[in-house]
Design a protein around this ligand. Structure first.
Ligand code: SF4
Ligand SMILES: [Zn+2]
Length: 371
């Protein structure tokens, strides 16, 4: 069946979503790339020259990255004003190449996420996320269950995760880094190309979590040429160095914001400094001017302590974000069977959902078209 017809049958809301003025305005870059008005950012990065040598150290490369970003942003503005990328020469070394080289350097003493394991993943050592040098794809398919503006989404599930949520729906790939098929940069690009050619509206890097595989995902963009938005669907526990690499090449962000109280984040996601790190990163994405949909999963018994303050934070700090307030939590994995996690061993009640939505409405958060 034709993919447009199938989408219309299973997700008719996908077609009406662009009539919402707020959605159209807040996702204007993503919409323009999807409609092929502007090229995706990663293609612009490929046409931005970068001057550096491979011998340069990490600090020097990071400084060059800051400087080259100015040239990238100038080219981005030129493209928006009508400059055509195919009228330009491809540089010997590009802004994308620079990002790839920095990502590999970060891997030698891994600081891709705030666990900061500081091990040499290039030499095959594995950190908390369970990953060494390789990336593994658990599955890849056209996803019809994502937010309406994203459907059908060309989703690539990478294994491994920096969080250890006891309720994880994807625990089989999140907690078992080798549960997929090894994929080098060429293979990731092939998978993305197949998804683009079969009707995906975007390439959705997810997992598990994609952050700890970003070296290979960035490298795969070297071999990708499709005019399709790049979407980063992440737990947002990356370091600022990792985030800086992604900011220029990702067209739309889908960050999770789960917990407000750090002791609850530790109890159920086994993570420290959750609030500080994740709010810092989401704010960086927002302040960079990027399109984003923040996902917040309402947890049973955590509306007062987590949901309401998270919504307050969003209203104050990321007012341009669309928000998906998710009510579909169901206990899975350890939360489904272990007595010590009884507090989150049920679905959320209607009253909990109503309370969250009422609060979001009072704050003027735009969530209804997306949730
Ligand atoms: S990406 Fe993995 S190895 Fe690197 S710091 Fe994070 S958990 Fe540790
Ligand atoms: Zn809580």
């Amino acid at each position: 069946m034709d993919i447009e017809v199938y989408t219309y049958l299973v997700r008719p809301d996908t077609f009406g979503i662009w009539n919402h003025k707020e959605v159209r305005e807040r996702l204007s870059w993503y919409y323009s790339v999807m409609k092929k008005i502007y090229p995706p950012r990663y293609l612009i990065a490929k046409y931005t020259p970068a001057e550096y040598t491979r011998e340069a150290g990490l600090d020097e490369l990071l400084e060059i990255h800051i400087r080259t970003r100015k040239d990238f942003e100038k080219l981005l503005r030129d493209v928006v004003n009508g400059e055509r990328l195919d009228s330009l020469e491809k540089p010997g070394k590009s802004f994308l190449d620079l990002k790839i080289d920095i990502a590999y350097k970060l891997l030698e003493n891994c600081g891709l996420c705030e666990w900061n394991c500081r091990i040499n993943r290039l030499a095959g050592r594995r950190g908390v996320c369970g990953l060494g040098r390789e990336a593994y794809i658990g599955s890849a398919f056209l996803h019809f269950g994502e937010e309406a503006p994203l459907v059908p989404s060309g989703t690539i599930f990478f294994t491994g995760c920096s969080l250890k949520c006891v309720f994880c729906q994807n625990w089989d790939i999140s907690h078992h880094a080798e549960a997929g098929v090894v994929a080098d940069a060429h293979r990731i690009a092939e998978v993305a190309t197949e998804l683009a050619d079969s009707g995906a509206k975007n390439i959705n890097y997810v997992g598990g979590n994609p952050d700890q595989s970003l070296h290979l995902i960035l490298e795969s963009m070297r071999y990708l040429d499709r005019w399709i938005p790049q979407l980063w669907n992440s737990n947002m526990y990356m370091t600022t160095e990792a985030l800086e690499l992604l900011l220029d090449v990702i067209d739309i962000w889908l960050p999770d914001l789960k917990w407000w109280d750090d002791s609850h984040a530790f109890a159920y996601s086994r993570i420290k400094r959750y609030r500080e790190v994740v709010t810092r990163n989401i704010k960086m994405v927002h302040d960079h001017g990027a399109d984003l949909i923040i996902r917040h999963l309402i947890m049973p018994n955590h509306v007062e302590c987590c949901t309401l303050p998270i919504l307050d934070w969003i209203a104050e700090n990321t007012p341009r974000a669309l928000v998906n307030i998710m009510d579909q939590y169901r206990p899975e994995y350890k939360a489904a069977k272990e007595e010590r996690f009884r507090e989150i061993g049920r679905r959320v009640t209607r009253e909990e959902v109503r309370k969250a939505m009422r609060h979001a409405s009072r704050l003027g958060i735009v969530y209804e078209p997306i949730s």
